[in-house]
Design a protein. Structure first.
Length: 149
């Protein structure tokens, strides 16, 4: 179940009501469900203009953490430091109101039998990672060894 709070008349549906194709927010909700566990953590990333970082225990992996980094600046990159290697998933689109979204450069779409595509990550090493403008990045850090998780 996905719940949205609507402050003004808006369409937050996860599927296009005419074609039943997934909208970009569907793919974000799907990856959230697969990676972000129920336990919320302190992200340990200082608050910055245009950058929002959320941390949870990684779903299904003891000691692992999942991060969600949203760079809502339309023109400025941001960066964060990772102490260990991670699996990276980056959502981007041609325009902010696009009906299609790319995950790590590959456009997401249902298969011929409406099957879900593989949501493939890219392995990245520890260190500084750049978050491009207007992107949403999930990071799966299985080897975080977080005792809370």
């Amino acid at each position: 179940m996905v719940m949205h709070n609507t402050l003004v008349a808006s369409d937050y549906g996860l599927l296009d009501d005419k074609t039943l194709e997934p909208k970009p927010n569907y793919w974000g909700a799907l990856l959230w469900r697969r990676l972000m566990g129920a336990r919320v953590l302190e992200p340990a990333v200082p608050i910055q203009e245009g950058l929002h970082v959320y941390a949870h225990c990684l779903r299904g992996k003891s000691g692992g953490i999942a991060l969600l980094a949203i760079n809502n600046s339309r023109s400025q990159s941001s960066s964060i430091e990772l102490p260990v290697a991670a699996e990276r998933y980056v959502f981007a689109a041609e325009k902010l109101n696009a009906t299609r979204v790319r995950l790590n450069g590959q456009e997401l779409a249902l298969g011929p039998d409406d099957s879900l595509p593989d949501l493939k990550s890219v392995r990245i090493e520890a260190g500084r990672i750049i978050l491009a403008p207007a992107t949403i990045t999930f990071l799966s850090i299985a080897d975080a060894a977080n005792p809370t998780c």
